[in-house]
Design a protein around this ligand. Structure first.
Ligand code: HEC
Ligand code: HEC
Length: 512
């Protein structure tokens, strides 16, 4: 039987799942978990803006999605560098029984949900043993070759140990924490802050230390699954498609820290891992503004799609997953039981966790120089796009040569029709390519980096250095594979300021 509050909430909010028994609803500080239905066919159809290449994008139907088994989330444990591990630590893990860490029936307060969301954030989809090169966290050479960071306590915060079976300690390697954790110079790990993982080096280590059968395998099926855009001709990734995995290692090894060949982008033009602190204030998600973000439910949808469901999406008659597994016919879906997904409850907890994250305290307090810099910021009209207090106007800027008037009239109020002229490949030639880059927030830029959607810029000093426009410029960060010039083009705002004004502007930006 429904209580009065449940009936009222149903009227107000529609068909939400109530996970709290009625007794708790009357508690002093009641927390009612209103869990939206994530994979709603209508919402999914309207979630993303159209692609610049005009291919028809179709997410999997909800009837199929909800048949996919839910991931079990087990309790995880910190990983120490072999030289920093407390005596007996690993031996004790080997004696532990598995524990289920996520059980929504036990979550009562908002605090409980947030902590459970952190467990989701830290637990990967496919735990691997410590023998696999990707996760050789007990091998000292792995740390030096992959630049894996350590906290001041000697913990490697990108992965966690997980116990799914007594006597078998595995490693989570594809959790949100892997990419969305930043270790500050003082050894503090900040979850959700712009990621600084050398993901390319992890991948390169994996390939180079794998058996020959993997190293010399054609890369094509995997590249098609992750990045393929066969409807774009000539194929911008044709040269890569003919490589072997070993060649791929050489390419990813050069990627700057904090830059990832995220699926749906490209191995040739990878993207910067964004800051998730403040993600709730953003109207669009992804550098290209691919997805609307109208609230918690949309953030949950982003997390559902982007964690190993997106290769089931159809792009015209191309379904990336089928390229990897040779499923035929090309538009068929594999059995739902062969896939895995987060439950709506897990995604809700994860979204609450992300919302609860706060930036570390900014040590750069306002002073005379930064106050002068604030005036430079105003005089340069940076605020047209980087509008306080969010330091973004939450709008999209078309890349050079993209005719948005022809295709995106529906978004007109969210478009600022000035192209900043940065490299357009990611916005035009990928599965996430919309023809736009969104205006990023400048909040937290003091601890962030690398900058620009592709992470080609290491620091604010470099961003405002006009030398970066020259074709012989040696970028502080690796240039994307196949790029013919070393120039970092575009966003010429503030480049011609005097030395003094520039220093002041940068000092101001570091206070945000
Ligand atoms: C392999 C690295 C990797 C993993 C794992 C990963 N992400 Fe991301 N994430 C990225 C990259 C790179 C982007 C930027 C993609 C783009 O702009 O094209 C991104 C974008 C996002 C965004 C959009 C933010 C914005 O402002 O545009 C959200 C939200 C997000 N990730 C949440 C998560 C969550 C939650 C998880 C775990 C369930 C996760 N990510 C796992 C690398 C990763
Ligand atoms: C017409 C809109 C516009 C104006 C004006 C503008 N920007 Fe930007 N800014 C952008 C866009 C769009 C990007 C992202 C470009 C990309 O990633 O390719 C960006 C990126 C940045 C970044 C890198 C942020 C990051 O996280 O990667 C900084 C720093 C920045 N702008 C500062 C400024 C300053 C300071 C001014 C004034 C001197 C200014 N911008 C003027 C639109 C603008």
């Amino acid at each position: 039987m429904q209580t009065a509050i449940q009936r009222l909430s149903l009227l107000l909010f529609g068909a939400f799942t109530f996970v709290l028994p009625a007794a708790q609803i009357n508690a002093a500080e009641p927390f009612i978990a209103r869990i939206p239905r994530v994979w709603d066919d209508d919402a999914m159809a309207k979630l993303e803006i159209r692609l610049a290449t005009d291919v028809k994008v179709q997410h999997i139907p909800s009837a199929y999605y909800y048949q996919i088994p839910v991931r079990t989330i087990y309790k995880t444990y910190a990983i120490y560098h072999p030289d920093r591990e407390p005596p007996g630590y690993f031996a004790a893990l080997l004696q532990k029984d598995p524990e289920i860490a996520f059980d929504s029936s036990r979550l009562k307060t908002k605090e409980d949900w947030i902590r459970a969301g952190q467990q989701v954030f830290e637990s990967g989809l496919t735990p691997l043993s410590t023998d696999v090169p990707f996760t050789q966290v007990r091998n000292r050479a792995w740390y030096t070759e992959t630049d894996a960071p350590l906290t001041k306590d000697g913990i490697m915060p990108l992965y966690r140990y997980v116990i799914r079976k007594r006597g078998q300690v595995e490693v989570t390697m594809d959790s949100c924490a892997t990419c969305h954790t930043r270790v500050l110079p003082d050894g503090t790990a900040i979850q959700g802050a712009q990621g600084s993982v050398a993901f390319g080096k992890l991948f390169a280590f994996h390939i180079r230390h794998s058996p020959d059968a993997y190293r010399y395998k054609p890369a094509r099926p995997q590249l098609l699954d992750l990045f393929g855009t066969p409807w774009i001709q000539p194929d911008p990734q044709a040269a890569l498609m003919n490589m072997q995995m070993n060649d791929i290692a050489d390419i990813v090894d050069r990627l700057p820290h904090g830059v990832v060949p995220r699926d749906g982008t490209s191995l040739a033009y990878s993207v910067q891992i964004p800051d998730l602190l403040g993600v709730h204030d953003r109207k669009y998600l992804d550098h290209t503004g691919l997805q609307h973000n109208g609230g918690l439910a949309d953030l949950m949808r982003y997390d559902a799609i982007n964690n190993f469901i997106n290769d089931l999406t159809a792009f015209g008659d191309f379904r990336p997953f089928n390229a990897l597994k040779s499923v035929a016919p090309a538009d068929a879906l594999p059995p739902a039981s062969s896939q895995s997904r987060y439950s709506d409850e897990q995604l809700y907890a994860l979204a609450l966790f992300l919302e609860s994250l706060r930036a570390p305290e900014n040590p750069n307090k306002a002073n005379a120089l930064s106050r002068y810099g604030e005036r430079v910021f105003a005089a340069q009209k940076c605020g047209i796009c980087h509008t306080p207090p969010l330091f973004t106007n939450n709008k999209l800027t078309p890349v050079s040569g993209y005719d948005w008037q022809l295709r995106n009239r529906d978004l007109q109020q969210d478009i600022i029709p000035i192209s900043v002229g940065t490299d357009s490949t990611n916005a035009l030639l990928t599965r996430r390519g919309t023809g736009f880059y969104k205006v990023p927030s400048l909040r937290g830029v003091w601890y962030r980096g690398p900058l620009e959607h592709n992470g080609s810029i290491a620091s604010l000093e470099e961003w405002f250095n006009p030398a970066r426009l020259r074709s012989d410029y040696g970028s502080n960060n690796a240039k994307p594979y196949g790029m013919e010039t070393n120039a970092v083009a575009g966003h010429q705002f503030g480049l011609d300021l005097s030395v003094r004004d520039k220093a002041a502007l940068i000092a101001y930006l570091r206070t945000l």
